[in-house]
Design a protein around this ligand. Structure first.
Ligand SMILES: *Cc1c(COP(=O)(O)O)cnc(C)c1O
Length: 489
């Protein structure tokens, strides 16, 4: 059969453009695909019109909570405003339609963006070289641990078995340590909520490969002894890794390399925008100081001044190898690049300052109703304890659920583990005073309800599409397949 091809006369405005003619062989589907792979009945696809589909997804998005709806004060996760211009630019055909297998000389613009983004991240952190490959903060951690291992091998440092992490650490830290082939040694936090220096000194020996430390830490507190800590580790040729998930608080104010860190990751999806949650997308570039550069994963992006070309450099004999297909999540790099270029150095600094001001504003206005275990000025987030409310019969989980009735996402709860009934709150820089005041008002109202009408809180949420779920069952019998869910009904 000859397909009815478009020709010049049927394509207005395309005069002179000779369209090729294709021969589509006249064949039955079963000639092309073996019989056993053909379906027996047509696929069970819903027959819907475009407006029906649009309404379906708009309705779903309205049932969900997201940053485009209201405050999402999820501590440690930096759920903030993500400028829509980032998405528009990431969607430019010149970026979105690139093929990852294209030869480097046909994607010079993309490589230039990688290269310049790496330079900007170096400037922000003080590190000497970045790789954009890791697909999440946790992936950056693992990459960093692999670099630590390689470094000690090269140095001839035998018996480096341990990596020290604080008791307030994010769960991915010990997981990365274990996956990288080390054992975790845990250092206590002092009653001031930062690393206990005396305890740390008792742990640091020549069996220690390094430390993974979040700064500011997960209590939202700056590690004031950081210079002493990094010197202590360097004195036994151990390395310092900064979990940079909280970089929101430091931009333009303090740089990890100057604190003595050798490696750091950044979570582009937290500090430098890109909507995330529900498992992705993520991007966790890591930066290292000069002496660790040889171990970075291949390939690296280099600029060749002679040919005026950006290139992939694969000739790196000491590299830990490849850790991601191609060069990471490109769309997120376009967003981070756009975000940083849009804000500039001054804008990034005021971002950090506003994140800190907003967090302290909430903290000061909530401390009269919640216990505040570490009573110090915080950075971009802080941790309250719901112990008093728990003693009155209403645990933190119920407060989190009640917040949903007021169209607020709950803060992070029960983390960090060292605070009982923890409520970890990060308002971010992008919330207005009015939103923060409304949140304070709602928290006070819930606190009053706990005294006057505790069942109202314990039965919450009342306004969401799904109310009380069986948390244990949901965790034990996790099942996200629609056909199995509907079968069980
Ligand atoms: C989010 C976070 C991580 C892990 O980052 P992912 O990108 O989610 O893998 C690690 N540490 C801290 C403190 C974090 O907040």
């Amino acid at each position: 059969m000859q397909t009815p091809l478009l020709n010049e006369s049927s394509v207005p405005g395309k005069m002179g453009c000779q369209l090729p003619e294709y021969d589509v062989p006249e064949q039955e589907l079963s000639d092309l695909i073996p019989e056993e792979f053909l379906r027996e009945s047509p696929p069970n696809l819903p027959e819907l019109s475009e407006p029906e589909i649009v309404r379906h997804f708009v309705n779903l998005s309205a049932k969900n909570h997201h940053v485009d709806k209201n405050l999402y004060p999820l501590g440690s996760c930096t759920m903030k405003y993500n400028p829509k211009v980032n998405d528009a630019i990431a969607g430019f055909p010149g970026f979105a339609e690139l093929h990852p297998e294209q030869p480097a000389n046909t994607v010079q613009g993309a490589l230039q963006l990688y290269y310049e983004l790496e330079q900007m991240l170096c400037a922000i952190t003080g590190m000497d070289k970045f790789t954009l490959q890791p697909a999440a903060g946790s992936h950056g951690e693992l990459t960093g641990v692999m670099i630590m291992r390689k470094y000690h091998q090269k140095q001839g440092n035998a018996n480096r078995r341990y990596i020290i992490i604080p008791d307030s650490a994010h769960g991915t830290n010990p997981a990365s340590v274990a996956m990288g082939g080390f054992e975790t040694l845990e250092v206590q936090s002092s009653d001031r909520g930062i690393v206990d220096l005396e305890d740390l000194k008792s742990l640091v020996t020549e069996e220690v490969a390094g430390m993974m430390l979040t700064n500011p830490n997960t209590l939202g507190l700056f590690e004031e002894d950081i210079s002493e800590i990094t010197e202590l580790f360097h004195s036994v040729d151990a390395l310092m890794y900064m979990d940079g998930a909280n970089m929101n608080a430091l931009l333009g104010i303090a740089r990890p390399a100057e604190m003595g860190f050798d490696i750091t990751h950044l979570n582009l999806h937290k500090t430098f925008s890109t909507p995330h949650g529900g498992g992705g997308p993520g991007s966790g570039p890591i930066g290292v100081t000069k002496r660790l550069e040889p171990f970075l994963p291949v390939p690296l992006i280099q600029y060749n001044a002679q040919s005026d070309q950006y290139e992939f450099d694969w000739e790196r004999p000491d590299s830990i190898g490849k850790i991601h297909a191609f060069y990471g999540n490109f769309g997120m790099m376009v967003r981070a690049y756009t975000y940083i270029r849009m804000l500039g150095a001054e804008g990034l600094k005021s971002l950090a300052e506003n994140a800190i001001i907003n967090a302290n504003y909430l903290r000061e206005n909530l401390r009269d109703i919640f216990e505040l275990p570490h009573d110090q000025r915080c950075m971009h987030e802080f941790v309250l304890s719901g112990s008093r409310q728990k003693a009155n019969g209403v645990p933190t989980l119920e407060i989190a659920k009640r917040l949903l009735d007021f169209d607020f996402h709950a803060p992070t709860i029960y983390f960090p583990l060292i605070v009982r009934e923890a409520l970890m709150i990060e308002p971010t820089e992008s919330e207005s005073r009015a939103t923060l005041d409304r949140f304070i008002e709602v928290m006070h109202q819930i606190n009053t309800e706990i005294d006057e009408n505790p069942d109202l809180v314990k039965e919450a949420p009342h306004t969401t599409p799904v109310t009380r779920i069986d948390e244990v069952k949901a965790n034990r019998e996790l099942n996200l397949r629609w056909d199995e869910i509907s079968e069980r009904k």
